[in-house]
Design a protein around this ligand. Structure first.
Ligand SMILES: [Ca+2]
Length: 290
């Protein structure tokens, strides 16, 4: 007994020494951040970058640079990705400051969930007189092939409000009430969080639906909604919703929201990534004015 304990103690001491020596080694950052920098991902692509990944950008009015995931294609289009849902690993029920600053994690292969942050989106989208186009990619639980493009058609400027229009952002006629479409339109709505209610509803849409979003009374889309594994969103319309494609009881599996100067939209057609055939697309003008 005594011998076996002595052996165990000796093994533990050895292990402790090993760990102690490991801890003395300086930390190494194994995440690759690419060298090119610019005002946004398009600027980075314009400078010759051809790899999607993590880059630092510094929009014109930004006090300091910050990290973004850039999706760059062979046509030289550089999309700045600001929202990613894929497995429910990040809770999107966050408060005003968290949506402002951003949350979740950026990864070099874009396989992590995050919201870049309203302040950063604002700095990117207001740095030029050229408006940005927003592209939304959605994937359902059946990998059902569907492709749809809504070309940008209008631009409206409203203070403290993003300009989102087109498709589900224009509301949806659910058939419950003649005013459904009007009251679920997101165009011109202010951003709301559970602690900052700017919606058009007596109650609090953001609290009720667990998301920061451009709530009206309340929504026809809510891509920051609650993540339901396997679309088990029965009875609640608080999932990841895009009502013009799937019903408000259907919660998406994956979403991406990304922006690019709209002048780039005609260059290439977005078909170069084969997996995009599994996505539903909408392209709209967006300008985040906070
Ligand atoms: Ca309210």
């Amino acid at each position: 007994m005594l011998t076996s304990n002595t052996i165990k103690i000796s093994q533990l001491k050895q292990k402790a020494n090993q760990l102690a020596s490991q801890c003395q080694e300086p930390c190494r950052d194994t995440v690759q951040i690419l060298e090119t920098t610019g005002r946004d991902c398009q600027d980075i692509a314009n400078k010759g970058a051809r790899h999607s990944g993590l880059y630092f950008i510094k929009p014109v009015k930004a006090k300091q640079q910050f990290l973004v995931y850039c999706e760059i294609d062979t046509f030289g289009n550089g999309w700045t990705v600001f929202q990613r849902r894929l497995d429910g690993s990040v809770d999107f029920k966050k408060n005003w400051v968290q949506y402002k600053e951003g949350f979740g994690h950026l990864s070099p292969d874009d396989q992590s969930e995050y919201w870049l942050g309203n302040e950063k989106i604002h700095l990117i989208t207001t740095q030029s007189t050229i408006p940005y186009a927003l592209r939304i990619e959605l994937e359902d639980w059946e990998n059902k092939k569907r492709y749809f493009t809504n070309e940008p058609s209008k631009k409206v400027n409203l203070q403290y409000t993003p300009v989102v229009s087109g498709d589900a952002f224009d509301g949806f006629d659910f058939g419950d009430d003649p005013s459904d479409k009007f009251f679920t339109s997101h165009n011109g709505m202010q951003f709301s969080t559970y602690d900052n209610d700017n919606d058009k509803y007596d109650g609090n849409c953001a609290e009720q639906d667990g998301a920061g979003w451009w709530m009206n009374r309340c929504h026809a889309s809510n891509l920051n909604g609650k993540y339901y594994q396997g679309n088990t969103c029965f009875g609640y319309d608080n999932g990841i919703i895009w009502a013009t494609w799937r019903s408000r009881w259907y919660s998406m599996k994956k979403t991406t929201m990304k922006i690019i100067p709209f002048t780039r939209l005609s260059i290439g057609d977005g078909h170069i990534f084969p997996e995009h055939h599994f996505y539903f697309y909408v392209s709209i003008f967006v300008q985040f004015l906070f």
